[in-house]
Design a protein around this ligand. Sequence first.
Ligand SMILES: [Zn+2]
Ligand SMILES: [Zn+2]
Length: 126
Amino acid sequence: MQERQTKQKTIIYDALKALNHPTATEVYGYVHELHPSVSRATVFRVLGGFAEKGSAQELRLSGNEVRYDYNVMPHYHAHCRECGKVTDVEVAGIPTDGLFATANCGFKIDGYSVEFFGVCKECQNS
Ligand SMILES: [Zn+2]
Ligand SMILES: [Zn+2]
């Protein structure tokens, strides 16, 4: 049982790496093609476990299902308005030293998220 679970986790993690910021449904679609015995519930549960343990991050981008990212380093995302594709953006970090303290809203701020919008290369060319 333990061994089977480990194998399923490996399969699902590999899918996460093969796909580009997939939703859980996309991960399931990919995994199901290769390993029809892995259930949808398992995929959702394992992805949730990854997020909980910090081996993947959940991305809550605008207006969409939660996406998963195996890259757990802090980084930003660009979201294509046309096709919905999500890509990593390499920009220098936003300086947060002292920034959170200036957020004068009564919160103890400990995080933020940035989402870039635009039109991806493929959509620009079509
Ligand atoms: Zn696009
Ligand atoms: Zn990413």
